[in-house]
Write a protein that binds this ligand. Structure first.
Ligand SMILES: [Zn+2]
Ligand SMILES: [Zn+2]
Length: 348
């Protein structure tokens, strides 16, 4: 099972961490080395225990802390050869570089990492999908527009970290930024707006999708509530109202959380799928036998999950079915955005 946390995200610095039983991978190092160490410790990770650092691209808000951090902790750094060429010029001590090309896959211990190109104004920017024990985490930071390749690579992720940089109206009305900067931000090689992030998340919605973490929120041209609500509204329209949507802040890490459903919940969800299939069979054969199955369900903690499913039988609308499955699997883990400090998180 993969676990995932965003240590900090925004124009002042970006870094996240994913870990499995034996592997700890830092994704970007845009916070100061001191903050990287502090925040790793806050989420329960010894900075000296990192297995790898992987870089999305060379912009300062993604690599600023790398030089000092590498003097404290010896960790191999994975980057494309083009990104490495730029980043290494800014380092006083060279780490052990592990180079890849965009599109390659490689393993760090038990974690498989797929890489893919993204459109952004950097030399060779990439996104990642990290996978371990059938748990998939998608990482998409800094991307000007969403491509078919991106959608294809992110299919079936359990946790999706995606930038949701600006609200279009707030960016238009912003008086601090010159027109050229606004153009760059909203260009096809800049950053994603809330609406673009919502569109991507809606396209990626599936029974597997458990949590969406929004990052890189502009301090002046966005607000966590606005970003989260825009993305949540898109999910609700498709019947995925129980997917967690939270915002990463600039100044404090999110808790390290399982990237997918806990195994016990997954078993419940699978059971519900079986019940669904059986109920659908029953409905086809005759309502009475379907009602029998419904009533025969054991009265335990899954009861409240089973009933909405049983009511769903006979519905042919795929979205409704997905919605209720999502709803059922989350009833044992109520949507508690405040646990993550999500709605009140600093936009950074
Ligand atoms: Zn960038
Ligand atoms: Zn950035």
């Amino acid at each position: 099972m993969l676990r995932f946390s965003v240590l900090g995200s925004g124009s002042a610095g970006n870094s996240a961490v994913a870990c499995s039983g034996q592997t700890r991978i830092l994704i970007d190092a845009g916070l100061s080395a001191r903050q990287l160490c502090l925040r790793l410790e806050t989420v329960g990770i010894d900075p000296n225990s990192l297995s790898a650092i992987v870089l999305t691209h060379e912009h300062g808000d993604h690599v600023r802390g790398l030089d000092v951090f590498l003097r404290k902790c010896q960790v191999p750094v994975y980057a494309t050869s083009h990104t490495c060429q730029v980043v290494r010029e800014g380092l006083r001590t060279q780490p052990e570089w592990r180079l890849f090309e965009a599109g390659d896959s490689f393993a760090v211990n038990d974690v498989q990492i797929e890489t893919f190109s993204v459109p952004h104004d950097a030399v060779d920017p990439v996104g990642f999908v990290l996978e371990c024990a059938r748990t998939r985490v998608g990482v998409l930071s800094d991307i000007g527009h969403v491509t078919n390749l991106v959608r294809a690579r992110l299919a079936g992720v359990h946790t999706l970290f995606v930038e949701s940089n600006y609200d279009e109206v707030m960016l238009q009305n912003d008086v601090k930024r010159p027109w050229s900067t606004k153009q760059r931000i909203s260009s096809r090689h800049g950053h994603l707006s809330n609406d673009q992030a919502a569109e991507l998340v809606a396209a990626m919605a599936s029974a597997e999708l458990h949590r969406v973490v929004l990052g890189h929120l502009s301090r002046d041209c966005n607000a966590p509530k606005v970003a989260a609500e825009t993305v949540s509204a898109g999910l609700r329209k498709l019947g995925f109202s129980e997917v967690d949507v939270i915002c990463a802040g600039q100044n404090e890490p999110l808790p390290l959380r399982d990237a997918a459903l806990l195994m016990a919940e997954a078993v419940v969800a699978e059971t519900l799928e079986t019940v669904d299939a059986a109920a659908a069979d029953g409905a086809a054969a005759g309502g009475a036998s379907a009602r029998m199955r419904e009533e025969e369900e054991p009265v335990d903690s899954s009861e409240t999950k089973t009933k909405p499913q049983a009511k769903a039988k006979g519905k042919s609308d795929a979205a409704s079915s997905r919605s209720e499955k999502a709803s059922a699997r989350h009833q044992s883990q109520p949507h508690q955005p405040d646990l993550f400090g999500a709605w009140s998180a600093q936009a950074g």
